[in-house]
Design a protein around this ligand. Structure first.
Ligand SMILES: [Zn+2]
Length: 90
């Protein structure tokens, strides 16, 4: 089973996501960094913004976001664009 965050390493197991009601496969390295699968992060932020358009990320979610962006190789701008696209579906 491959880690669903980095898509490279062997997963240490399936764990509940820290930011969404889903379970994903995580390798030890991604667990240690507190990163989440990029798609889960996008949906989570889009969901929060759909409830409150001016929603600011909590310090915890901000930390998850930073760790996830590094591993996913995405920029802040790419993330916000993906969130915008996703928001139209709500
Ligand atoms: Zn990983």
């Amino acid at each position: 089973m491959i880690c669903s965050v980095c898509g490279k390493d062997q997963a240490a197991g399936v764990f509940a996501s820290r930011i969404a009601p889903v379970s994903c496969a995580y390798c030890q390295s991604c667990l240690d960094k507190g990163a989440e699968p990029y798609g889960v992060l996008v949906i989570n932020i889009a969901h929060l913004r759909s409830l409150r358009p001016d929603y600011q990320l909590s310090p915890k979610l901000e930390a998850v976001k930073q760790a996830t962006l590094v591993i996913a190789g995405k920029s802040e701008e790419m993330l916000m664009e993906d969130v915008r696209v996703r928001l139209k579906e709500f």
